[in-house]
Design a protein around this ligand. Sequence first.
Ligand SMILES: [Zn+2]
Length: 340
Amino acid sequence: MLTCMFCRKKGEILYRNLIDVFCGVKGKWDIAICRQCGIAWRLSSSDGSQRSNFYNEYYTHRLNTEDWAFKLVSGNTNKNMPLGQRIQLALFFNDVGLSVTHSSVNPAMIRILGKSRIAHEIIRGRTCWLGSGNGKLLDIGCGSGQFLALMRHIGWDVTGLEPDTKACECARNRLGLNVFEGTWDAHTFERNTFDAITGIHVIEHVEKPIDFMKQCVKLLRPGGRIVIVTPNLSGIGHRLFRASFRDIDCPRHLYLFSPSSLKAVVECSGGRILRLFTSARHARWTWVDSTHIHCFGCFPKKVGRMTMLCGMVFQICESYLLSLMPLLGDELIAEITKDD
Ligand SMILES: [Zn+2]
């Protein structure tokens, strides 16, 4: 269907015959865009491929046990961790106001690094820009629960909602989290229940983003905060790589937002935007994955040192570009509240 769900204007085809470069699901898909409000949406596959197959090999099923945050929540931090991980851990402790343990990184270095734009956004992103707290947090589409485990570690009373059975089992059995199996529209939470609600790379997967946002607003207590994180269709990564941009992620991403279209979703859902901004925190992967998709038509299985170095240079450039043009980052973040 080529009519925009917001402005009812006729959309146009942005890309034709895209394939699944991440999980290899068979099929071809087109993406349409509305030039009026900037939203893009995936059109149905002509061969009738099944949505139930799209997530069989998806990355949220697994735990990343090498991650410093996983080591922190499982009590396995030590002075033998790689320097990069010890620095991130110290920056994290500095950011959430905890005293540093097992870091052995020079505090002066942490103070200096903590002021850098890149380090700041990487570390703030780990708490979804919420920082520490002691309220009730709901993470919708929590996957295997790594983010929730970290948030629990810094004081939040956490709950997860996740449609995938394997991911739910992982979150419950490996991390001991309170996770409900189900989609955003099938649960029994009461209105005004949560102090904070996060949807990290979720809204682009749901069939009805406006209803999804309305549900988030309903469950939030007045004055609380919703944080929505999603790819930015107007970011430098998509402008540069076009159909090879890693976050097109066909067929799983049903919608792709620009700042204006995400704002439109929030405003017609009864929420109020506190801050709308973009981030370059994953931009190295934009470079690494998108160049590989461009050249070979799939995600890379292994990444060479030189490619990773190029990715890091790209991330540094993007990060500093954002000080001049703040809405060009590859990841779009909306902090939202409701008034009553
Ligand atoms: Zn539109």
